[in-house]
Write a protein that binds this ligand. Structure first.
Ligand SMILES: NC(=O)c1ccc[n+]([C@@H]2O[C@H](COP(=O)([O-])OP(=O)(O)OC[C@H]3O[C@@H](n4cnc5c(N)ncnc54)[C@H](OP(=O)(O)O)[C@@H]3O)[C@@H](O)[C@H]2O)c1
Length: 158
């Protein structure tokens, strides 16, 4: 039976992924802070990964908030998600796990879309709120970066 690790398996997305995979008969494990693992702590996370030895990691863990929350805590959200993302990729690499599904936030889709379709992923710039959260007090940088945002997609969750 395939062993799968779902990071953030206690969250909104992760708990649904866990349920779906368990119903399909996979041996599913989760990790999150409430389960005793903080992915920002690399050695703690790596030790857990090496104990479980998953064949596949579905990465759903993230520091998540709405637009207002992100605008209030841009540095903490950015820093946590960069560290979480890097630690997941590093642990997979160092533990020889070559299957990783990295969940993207839906704000990586073009801002003007009302319905998200994969075929439309590159059909426009990301929503202005993403830049607002990252650079709330730098309108001149926002204006500059929005010009290139058609070609840039954030990899973590902002
Ligand atoms: N919800 C949606 O409709 C949706 C749609 C598209 C994409 N996404 C993306 O899916 C991902 C998860 O979103 P969500 O809505 O499921 O968020 P959520 O409900 O807040 O779940 C986040 C999960 O990550 C865990 N987590 C947070 N910080 C952690 C840390 N330092 N170490 C270990 N675990 C940590 C949380 O558990 P603890 O707090 O116990 O650590 C929780 O299990 C995000 O990247 C989001 O952008 C979500």
């Amino acid at each position: 039976m395939k062993k799968i690790l779902v990071t953030g398996g206690t969250g909104f997305l992760g708990s649904n992924v866990v349920e779906l995979l368990r119903n399909k008969g996979f041996d599913v494990h989760s990790c999150s802070r409430r389960e005793g693992i903080d992915i920002r702590n690399y050695s703690q996370f790596k030790e857990f990964v090496d104990k479980i030895k998953p064949e596949l990691v579905v990465h759903c863990a993230a520091h998540v908030g709405g637009i207002a929350y992100n605008a209030l805590h841009p540095v903490e959200v950015f820093e946590d998600n960069v560290n979480i993302g890097l630690n997941v990729v590093r642990a997979c690499n160092e533990s020889g796990i070559n299957k990783l599904i990295n969940i993207m936030p839906n704000c990586t889709y073009p801002g003007h879309l009302e319905e998200y379709e994969e075929s439309k992923f590159w059909d426009g710039a990301i929503h202005d709120s993403v830049l607002l959260c990252l650079l709330p007090e730098k309108p001149e940088i926002q204006a500059h970066t929005s010009g290139v945002s058609e070609h840039v997609r954030p990899k973590g969750s902002f």
